[in-house]
Design a protein around this ligand. Structure first.
Ligand code: DAH
Length: 339
């Protein structure tokens, strides 16, 4: 009898159930009126009187053990059931995490907004270009270093299929297809064959602006630049134009703005000069107008081009250019409040 009780105990100990229905079946098998424990009670009548005490105790223990075991099985079946019922795989994560706009997009949109207040419209051109639109039409002499393999990515072996190295190519796309007056702003990605580092990347972004009409002068350019600088960097911003050279503008200039970190006094950011360079500009070279079929005796224009990464760095002090293209959400989420 004791042996029987013990083997039933190990049987019950090893029980498993994967659902409320299975647990109920086990309860019936062991604990109901017709179950295994009740059957032992029936047999108890035949146990000799001197063993009744020990056997009775053992049956009682077994009954308690079986009850506890089956209750435990019921509980785990219920909580597993509750979990899977509560798990709604179609639900959106809570709290809802909103994406953020990329800092370069924020700044690009701001540049476009400023120029559109002056009547400039967005124009776009292809990233895969030909030599004429990127160099030839823009008055690059045949041996100009920017045409060198060092700077330009060519596609395949054809030297006439290349990735644009600047958005100035959109100027010529527009000038050859539309008639002045033209007032365009061209945002876009550009490519240069450079070693990737914190300060240089093989692709980056530019915004180009072009204004062609009768009687456009350097004064128009300067006032446009001043307006842009003050809208972008604050009303106290000063600008400075330094003579420079670009093949497609004559005269050409580079524009600096007063360093907004030190207010022009000189600091490590502006290398003690009080000024930081932000863009290149100039009067469209008559050769460029003529190459694009616009009569340079009748029309004149100005153009300017700036790097979006550079402007973004000035606004948000991003130290490493590579962060812009790594898509690290910890970096991107820092710009949640930027728009
Ligand atoms: N294309 C020049 C560059 O990539 C930038 C530039 C300079 C654009 C002067 C212009 C300009 O339109 O007038 O460095």
């Amino acid at each position: 009898m004791i042996e029987k009780i013990n083997s039933l105990r190990s049987e019950i100990e090893a029980l498993k159930a994967s659902g409320a229905a299975e647990v109920e079946a086990l309860r019936i098998r062991y604990l109901s009126k017709k179950g295994a424990v009740a059957a032992l009670m029936d047999e108890f009548r035949n146990v000799p009187a001197d063993q009744k005490r020990t056997v009775g105790q053992a049956i009682n223990d077994l009954k308690n053990f079986a009850t506890e075991r089956i209750n435990a099985l019921r509980q785990s079946a219920e909580s597993a059931g509750a979990d899977s019922a509560a798990l709604d795989l179609t639900r959106t994560e809570a709290p809802l995490r909103c994406g953020t706009r990329h800092p370069l997009s924020v700044v690009r949109e701001e540049i476009i907004a400023i120029f559109s207040r002056l009547g400039f419209n967005v124009a776009e051109g292809p990233e895969i270009e030909d030599d004429w639109h990127v160099f030839e039409s823009l008055n690059f002499p045949a041996d100009h270093p920017a045409r060198d393999m060092q700077d330009t990515f060519f596609i395949g072996r054809n030297p006439d299929v290349l990735l644009r190295t600047h958005t100035s190519s959109v100027q010529t796309r527009v000038m050859t297809t539309r008639k002045p007056p033209l007032r365009i702003i061209c945002p876009g990605r550009v490519y240069r064959n450079e070693a990737i580092s914190a300060r240089a990347h093989c692709f980056f972004h530019q915004v180009e602006a072009l204004y062609v009409d009768r009687n456009v002068t350097f004064a128009d350019l300067r006032q446009t630049l001043l307006y842009f600088a003050r809208e972008m960097f604050g009303t106290d911003t000063q600008i400075r134009l330094r003579p420079s050279y670009f093949p497609f503008t004559e005269p050409s200039a580079e524009m600096d703005i007063s360093c907004d970190l030190c207010g022009g006094k000189g600091c490590s950011f502006c290398k003690g000069t009080g000024w930081v360079e932000i863009l290149g500009c100039g009067m469209v070279d008559p050769n460029v107008l003529d190459a694009c079929g616009i009569d340079s005796r009748e029309y004149s224009g100005f153009a300017l081009g700036m790097g979006v990464e550079r402007i973004t760095n000035l606004k948000y002090r991003v130290k490493d250019l590579r962060m812009f293209s790594e898509n690290d959400v910890r970096f991107l989420e820092e710009f949640t409040a930027a728009h």
